[in-house]
Design a protein around this ligand. Structure first.
Ligand SMILES: Cc1ncc(C[n+]2csc(CCOP(=O)(O)OP(=O)(O)O)c2C)c(N)n1
Ligand SMILES: [Mg+2]
Length: 356
């Protein structure tokens, strides 16, 4: 006998196409015009902040930085679908998620100027700091989700991982755990086409990254990651499902328009034509065109938004540049307690040349 033991399909969702046409049946009912304008402004703020960070890094005023440009819809659409009590576990490129969830621009700059104080995130914001080791945030996210369930909190965990990150053991372990223990975990795969110089096509032979969830027995979907409406709806639905004991994986198809980090030069390994093709699918232009067609946006609103955002970015930077950490902090937060050896070192440390 030979019969099908199991079969599955992966659905793809897009709500707003590249010409601004909306699939009305899928349009989320809770999105009014005001909210769409908020999405647009937040996506722009993320891009403006990103451009500033890149320019500061080039002036030697910021540490190595991973730009988000092109990935705004994936980050803002998912972050805006979360409630205050939900918990975000970003990786290292999700600056849009941080600011959409309330991290101040000043703290963003403090962190990327190299001060760990920037990583000490207000507990009320419910999110972990930047995590650079690829995919190591995933078991943490599954563990936090387990705690949310155990404590019976009305909260889902939304974790972010790159296309490359889905090849790591940590990714599989996390989704396997989530499936077994039915924890409220939503995984956003931010598939931006590249893992440094490794294209998605060479990353895995799997046809979609969403289908990796099937092996863990959890539901998944692939969405147009440059369509903020599709990302929003998928995340909102997934959070609801996760809270009901059904974790979820969402693969967002987007594109890294910039370099991997400021220490990378993508011209060495990818064609300009590919980048140009994706620029035509710019998530901000797409929503902007729609808002203009609907009479919800115009040139004067655009220029006052830009002025306001650039001003607030400059003001935050000014404050962040004045930040002076307490040198003792290099000894703190290494362990949950201070060991005798560390205490001794702290006592004997000489900071007299620290600020020179
Ligand atoms: C465990 C580990 N291996 C390797 C690296 C070096 N590294 C940093 S980012 C990266 C690629 C990540 O690609 P992806 O998951 O697609 O995320 P993206 O950078 O595209 O946002 C690699 C290999 C690392 N930080 N951690
Ligand atoms: Mg990637």
């Amino acid at each position: 006998m030979l019969k099908d033991a199991f079969s599955a399909t992966i659905k793809y969702m897009q709500i707003m196409d590249e010409n601004g046409n909306i699939d009305q049946q899928l349009m989320p009912h809770d999105l009014d015009e005001k909210r769409l304008v908020e999405f647009y402004k937040m996506m722009n703020l993320a891009r403006n902040l990103d451009a500033k960070a890149l320019s500061l890094q080039r002036q030697g005023k910021l540490a190595t930085y991973a730009p988000l440009v092109g990935e705004e819809a994936t980050q803002i659409g998912s972050a805006m679908a979360m409630g205050e009590k939900d918990f975000a576990v970003p990786s290292f490129r999700q600056h849009g998620v941080y600011i959409a969830r309330g991290l101040t621009l000043e703290q963003f700059f403090v962190y990327w100027r190299g001060y760990e104080e920037g990583a000490s995130i207000d507990k009320k914001l419910n999110m972990t700091p930047v995590i650079v080791p690829v995919s190591t945030q995933m078991p943490h996210a599954a563990g936090i989700a387990f705690a949310k369930k155990y404590m019976k909190e009305d909260s889902a965990v939304v974790a972010y991982v790159g296309d490359g990150g889905t090849s790591e053991g940590d990714f599989y372990e996390a989704i396997n755990f989530a499936g077994v223990f039915k924890v409220p975990l939503v995984v956003i795969i931010e598939n931006n086409g590249w893992a440094i110089s490794m294209p998605r096509s060479e990353q895995t032979a799997a046809a979609t990254l969403a289908q990796k969830a099937i092996a863990a027995g959890i539901d998944s979907i692939q969405v147009d990651g440059n369509d903020v409406l599709a990302v929003y709806k998928a995340t909102k639905d997934a959070i609801k499902s996760a809270k009901e004991g059904k974790p979820y994986v969402i693969e967002c198809l987007t594109y890294r328009l910039g370099m991997h980090t400021t220490s990378d030069d993508p011209a060495k390994y990818r064609e300009d034509a590919e980048v140009e093709a994706w620029k035509k699918r710019d998530p901000i232009l797409r929503l902007g065109n729609y808002l203009r067609q609907k009479g919800l946006w115009d040139d004067s609103m655009e220029s006052s938004m830009m002025d306001e955002q650039l001003r607030s970015i400059d003001q935050a930077l000014e404050k962040a540049e004045q930040f002076k950490p307490n040198p003792d902090s290099i000894f703190e937060n290494v362990y949950s307690f201070m060991s005798e050896a560390l205490e001794e070192q702290m006592k004997n440390a000489d900071y007299s040349n620290y600020w020179q």
